[in-house]
Design a protein around this ligand. Structure first.
Ligand code: ZN
Length: 501
């Protein structure tokens, strides 16, 4: 009920009462006046009491609250007639604290004269900016040779909105050696956040030193050590060969192992180092009694563009001559036959073809296979080779399939025709059992003998890195143990197998 109506009714009742009293007691003026005053006092007291409003303790008519921080409306502390009536306050209206918006709420307090209400506007707002947290370092260094990899980030916002996909990543160049990665994001309420990651571009790539010549050299006592030097290249600084510092002395008058060290730094201080092992050795005396201790290194089935040049390099560096039993070669590989010959190696005939069914089908076919290649080699180098290695060796039995007894006949007829043929007594296994260069090395050095000529079977066909990588060590072993390396020539006594066909 409206309190003004209550007040009016009370006033009218009092007025009516006073009028009636006037008519009854006209003579007693003083009494009447006192009574009137008393009545007015009573009326004002009672109306003050009746009309007192409850006190609803709201902070303000309109308040703003951050989103997602509250879950329910807190009823304001309310008193009425000096009593706490908070618990009887009724709340009209709802607030979604998880959604930005403006919500009207009414607090309703029951009073003697009816319901009393107070309104309040609650604004749910988001004025807090999101937080971007960078994973990894905020300042990071990156090699110029590496690609930048985003370490990632997380983004949180009080709105609980997933802003990950909204983050914009951009790059800002600061200088040649520095840039910033900028992460920025804006939430739905327009609050923006920015983070920066600094990337410093560094040179952490060391130069590369390449030794001229082998990293492992062997010299006879009182021989000459020639410093072949090295080259150095840095991706950033280019050719640094002139900056290489060489340290370590080789005393060729004294047997021993010496280390020559090559060091270089690039402009950013990245260091590179390489060493060369130089062994100064004494020739060991022939201890196994009277044998020749000669090693004939032989390479079959070449030439190949991938392996033959590198084998020639090793032989050149070690100053060792060998023998190449070659197959037919294309014109693009002719230079290898020339190189072999010009560098002092022997060229022998393995055959124009290596196909057993063709070459061993008749004596004539075999001889043609030899002379056809012999002629071609003569055209290449101007020298007609007369040394032969039978494909499969003279002991092969595969030829039985094509012509019975052909090896018995050929081993005689080739000699009659002025050729010499060479089998082997040391097999490197590089075309069969040996899987690694260590096995090739073992197969060779374990089967060498001082008491004979050692004809070592190896191959320089394409891809045969096993033999290539073992070769220097095999030569070193031979030299250190008093062997002499020789190429097979037309004057070399034949080394032959037992013929089985
Ligand atoms: Zn062969």
């Amino acid at each position: 009920m409206n309190i003004y109506l209550v007040e009016l009714i009370v006033f009218l009742l009092v007025a009516l009462f006073v009028t009636i009293l006037f008519k009854i007691t006209k003579k007693h003026k003083l009494k009447l006046t006192l009574f009137m005053l008393f009545m007015i006092f009573c009326v004002s007291i009672s109306s003050t009491y009746l009309l007192e409003k409850p006190h609803v303790d709201i902070i303000s008519q309109e308040i703003s609250l951050q989103i997602n921080q509250y879950s329910k409306i807190t009823v304001p502390h309310t008193t009425y007639h000096l009593k706490d009536v908070t618990s009887s306050v009724k709340v009209n209206g709802t607030v979604d604290y998880n959604k930005v918006g403006s919500y009207k709420i009414e607090y309703e307090v029951p009073t003697i004269v009816g319901e009393y209400s107070v309104e309040q506007t609650i604004n749910v707002i988001d004025s807090i900016k999101p937080t971007i947290t960078l994973k990894g370092d905020k300042v990071c260094s990156l090699s110029y040779s590496a690609e930048y990899k985003e370490p990632g980030f997380t983004v949180e916002d009080n709105s609980l909105e997933d802003l990950t996909q909204k983050v914009n990543i951009s790059k800002e160049d600061i200088s040649d050696t520095e840039y910033d990665i900028i992460y920025s994001v804006e939430d739905s309420s327009g609050n923006t956040a920015v983070e920066r990651r600094k990337v410093l571009i560094i040179d952490d790539v060391a130069p590369v030193i390449s030794l001229n010549g082998s990293s492992s050299m062997r010299i006879l006592v009182n021989g000459t050590y020639t410093e072949k030097g090295a080259t150095a290249v840095d991706e950033k600084d280019g050719d640094l060969s002139d900056n290489i510092k060489i340290s370590g002395k080789v005393d060729t008058s004294k047997a021993g192992t010496y280390t020559v060290k090559y060091t270089v730094s690039d402009k950013s201080g990245n260091k590179a180092e390489k060493t060369r092992k130089v062994t100064v050795y004494k020739k060991s005396t022939n201890s196994s009694g009277g044998g020749s201790g000669v090693i004939y290194l032989t390479f079959d089935d070449g030439p190949s563009s991938s392996i033959t040049p590198k084998i020639l390099d090793v032989l050149k560096e070690k100053n060792v001559k060998a023998t190449f039993f070659v197959l037919n070669y294309s014109s693009s590989l002719e230079y290898l036959i020339k190189r072999e010959y010009n560098e002092g190696h022997s060229i022998g005939i393995h055959g124009y073809s290596h196909v057993y069914s063709d070459i061993y089908k008749s004596d004539e076919a075999f001889m043609n296979n030899v002379t056809k290649l012999q002629k071609k080699i003569a055209e290449s180098i101007g020298y007609e080779p007369t040394i032969i290695r039978f494909p499969g060796g003279s002991s092969n039995t595969v030829s039985k399939n094509y012509s019975k007894g052909i090896m018995t006949r050929l081993t005689k007829s080739v000699v009659d025709a002025g050729f010499k043929y060479y089998d082997w007594n040391v097999s490197s296994g590089d075309a069969g059992g040996a899987q690694t260069s260590a096995q090739v090395y073992k197969n060779v050095v374990n089967n060498l003998s001082k008491s004979r000529s050692n004809v070592v079977l190896m191959h320089d066909f394409a891809g045969n890195t096993k033999t290539l990588n073992a070769l220097a060590d095999i030569i070193d072993y031979g030299l250190e143990n008093g062997y002499v390396f020789k190429p097979i020539t037309k004057d070399t006594p034949m080394v032959t197998h037992h013929v089985s066909n």
